[in-house]
Design a protein around this ligand. Structure first.
Ligand SMILES: [Zn+2]
Length: 207
């Protein structure tokens, strides 16, 4: 299995190709030709991303079948099923890198901001389970940005939510903590810009 650093380089290169519009029908076809991988999988990165329809993970990193182990949930939140999925992939495949991929104008973050501002209540307990997981990261941001415009506030809230998920995963379970401590797993945050198609990684310096 490749190192976390090499995995990060692969993702950065792939996103550069995507953002530059270098992906054409031929390159997508060559990816799909890997169909028939019944022998197993060997994903070099685990990605916890938002369900937003504008952030298809394999496409934005220009990766093919079997390359990425992807978990998608509104607001890229961390709940037990996300932790379990990551434990499974890291233990089963020896994948060294986890990326929490948030994105600009995230609907789950905006919904939480609205709820905090207007004290609206959601009728669905299932939707509440998502908002309640976003809320702790967002509350201090809302207080610190009382004079900011909406775009600045939303941007800060999106980043805080990504970093909160990185933090929750890093201390999410004994298995993940041990893998991180032994240097076998690295978790980083990243933000995808819907406007530019570019992904910015937050914790590159720590690697
Ligand atoms: Zn989102």
């Amino acid at each position: 299995m490749i190192s976390a650093n090499d995995a990060l380089d692969e993702l950065r290169d792939g996103n550069r190709r995507f953002a530059a519009g270098e992906i054409d029908a031929d390159s997508i076809a060559s990816r799909v030709h890997k169909v028939g991988m019944s022998g197993g999988q060997n994903p070099f990165a685990i990605i916890l991303a938002c369900s937003d329809s504008r952030v298809p993970v394999e496409l934005v990193f220009d990766q093919g079948l079997g390359d990425l182990f992807v978990i998608r949930v509104a607001g890229n939140i961390v709940a037990p099923s996300q932790i379990g999925s990551i434990e499974f992939a890291a233990s089963q495949f020896g994948t060294r890198l986890v990326v929490v991929l948030g994105h600009s104008n995230c609907g789950a973050v905006i919904a939480t901001l609205k709820e905090l501002s207007l004290e609206q209540t959601h009728r669905s307990p299932n939707l509440r389970a998502i908002v309640d997981r976003v809320r702790p990261a967002i509350e201090p941001i809302l207080q610190a940005h009382t004079h900011s415009d909406e775009a600045t506030l939303t941007g800060a809230a999106v980043r805080a939510n990504i970093l909160a998920s990185v933090d929750k995963l890093s201390h999410g379970s004994l298995i993940l903590e041990q893998l991180i401590e032994s240097g076998e797993l690295t978790i980083v945050g990243a933000e995808y810009s819907i406007e530019t198609g570019k992904v910015e990684f937050f914790d590159r310096d720590r690697l």
